[in-house]
Design a protein around this ligand. Structure first.
Ligand SMILES: Nc1ncnc2c1ncn2[C@@H]1O[C@H](COP(=O)(O)OP(=O)(O)OP(=O)(O)O)[C@@H](O)[C@H]1O
Ligand SMILES: [Mg+2]
Length: 512
């Protein structure tokens, strides 16, 4: 049996092989095409990546659009590109930027609502490729042959604009014709661009807010500076007013001091006058008595052995005449009285010296009792024969103080106490030590302080005394001095019954 294949069989097989080879070749071609498509896609994605980095540096929307369309041309091998932004108010697409168009007239290119709707771009439109009619506006008249139109949207799906690439009629031979293959990567590019644009706008919005806020802060800073300047000016003015007031107060205090000094001097003059009168009257009587005694002595000097009897008789007669024994007794009394007058004057002078220790700014240890006593001596003329001074002094240590200033306090409080007693009365002065402080109480039986005035008596210039009698500074100055000694001054008073001032001062200024 002949097993050789027949011609027909061989032909059929041959045809099968041929068909298979054609299929393989086709598959191979498809693979090559797919490979080249993949290569192009890869290169486009790389371009998109580069674009994303470049566009990040954009500082304005114009720059953003410029970079975008340059990248479209580079990435998709198109001849020209346009970046449209949707203007909501005019319902139109407006050109933001153009690349590759020879004619600048397209710079103002607009696409109206009808054009947009016809492409279905208002909502979720897709990328489309259009063959352009030569006379159609705007792409046909711009000389384009084919365009790729890719709408972009906000995050919430609102239409935001359109990205376009195109090939011109005249130069289309130089470029690959726009094919549907471009659509996916153009879509990716547009989506990437849209995301970048949203970031850019958000950043711009933030920058604007930051800018606005910075401007506000700067404005507020300016306002605060102005307020500060005003406050500083007011502070300076207040400082000056305070300075003026201080000066006025110093002058007032000075005049108050001068006034009380005048009263004091008058009182002391009167005080000194008394003993001086005693002394001068005593000296006069003494010299008269001595003259008479001198006459007796003269006769004694003239006695001789021969005239002794006669002279003694003369002496006896003169003694009787001048009341000799009486004169001798008177002389003793006069000497006593002169001694008293001298002592009193010495006491007053000593009191004055103690009181007027003008050592205001030097801390010294001093005996408080000495200060009170010297003050009392100086005030004696104001209270003698009228007010009884009852002293109840405790045993006090010497204290660290400004003695001249404390004497001024005693003078003010004792003067007030004397002033408060209309006719007869008592001033009780007690001292004691309590917890490292000395305590001085000056209590008068005067008319007292009404309840409603108690809070005011330490105020500068508060006085209930008549014009020319009180300046109202005594207690305010005294309080200042006591505070300077880290002490305190309190008052207890009942209208009609009397007033007690209690002063406490630390024994040592260091431990307080
Ligand atoms: N011992 C007191 N008894 C009653 N009132 C007093 C006594 N001490 C002070 N006052 C009241 O307090 C007021 C203020 O006293 P302060 O010593 O500050 O001023 P002044 O005595 O009126 O005047 P200045 O002392 O300046 O001459 C007095 O006017 C008086 O009304
Ligand atoms: Mg007074």
């Amino acid at each position: 049996m002949d097993n050789k294949p027949s011609y027909d069989e061989l032909k059929t097989k041959c045809d099968d092989f041929q068909a298979q080879i054609i299929r393989f070749l086709k598959v191979e071609q498809d693979l090559v095409d797919a490979r080249s498509k993949l290569d192009r896609d890869l290169s486009r994605f790389k371009s998109i990546q580069t674009y994303s980095q470049r566009v990040l540096a954009a500082e304005s929307i114009e720059e953003f659009a410029d970079i975008t369309i340059e990248s479209v041309v580079e990435t998709f091998e198109v001849e020209c590109s346009a970046f449209f932004v949707f203007d909501k108010t005019r319902n139109m697409l407006i050109v933001q930027s153009l690349f590759g168009f020879d004619d600048d007239t397209h710079r103002n290119c607009q696409l109206d609502s009808g054009w947009i709707s016809s492409r279905g771009f208002h909502k979720n439109g897709k990328v489309i490729i259009e063959q352009v009619e030569p006379d159609s506006v705007p792409f046909g008249t711009a000389g384009l042959y084919k365009v790729i139109l890719s709408p972009y949207y906000d995050e919430d799906g609102t239409f935001h604009g359109m990205l376009t690439g195109g090939v011109s009629r005249s130069k289309r031979a130089y470029y690959d014709e726009i094919t549907n293959q471009l659509i996916p990567s153009f879509m990716v590019f547009t989506q990437q661009m849209s995301a970048m644009l949203q970031n850019f706008e958000a950043k711009r919005f933030l920058d604007m807010k930051v800018h606005e806020r910075t401007a506000q802060v700067m404005q507020q800073k300016k306002e605060i500076e102005t307020i500060n300047e005003e406050l500083t000016r007011q502070k300076d003015e207040l400082q000056k007013t305070l300075e003026d007031l201080r000066q006025a107060q110093t002058q007032l205090v000075q005049s108050e001091k001068m006034a009380s000094l005048g009263q004091l001097v008058a009182g002391i003059a009167h005080e000194i006058n008394n003993p001086v009168n005693f002394i001068s009257a005593g000296v006069e009587s003494l010299s008269r008595n001595l003259d008479e005694i001198k006459q007796v002595l003269d006769i004694y000097h003239k006695v001789t052995v021969n005239n002794v009897v006669g002279k003694l008789t003369e002496i006896e007669e003169l003694k009787k005449k001048i009341e000799y024994q009486e004169a001798i007794r008177e002389i003793n009394k006069l000497i006593e009285s002169i001694k008293n007058g001298t002592m009193r004057t010495t006491e007053i002078v000593k009191g004055l010296r103690t009181f007027s220790r003008l050592d205001e700014d030097i801390l010294k240890t001093a005996d408080i009792h000495e200060g009170i006593d010297s003050t009392l001596i100086l005030l004696r003329n104001k209270y003698k024969n009228r007010i009884e001074i009852e002293k109840n002094y405790g045993i006090l240590p010497h204290i660290e103080c400004y003695p001249g200033q404390l004497n001024q306090v005693f003078m003010n409080i004792l003067s007030n106490a004397i002033d408060a007693i209309d006719n007869k009365g008592v001033i009780k002065i007690s001292t004691s030590v309590f917890k490292k402080c000395i305590r001085i109480s000056i209590k008068d039986s005067g008319y007292g302080i009404p309840e409603n005035l108690k809070d005011k008596i330490f105020d500068p210039f508060f006085t209930t005394k008549g014009v020319g009698k009180g300046t109202g500074l005594g207690l305010s100055i005294s309080q200042g001095i006591i505070e300077k000694h880290n002490g305190c001054i309190e008052v207890q008073s009942k209208s009609g019954e009397g007033t007690e001032f209690i002063i406490s001062i630390p024994v040592s200024q260091e431990i307080s």
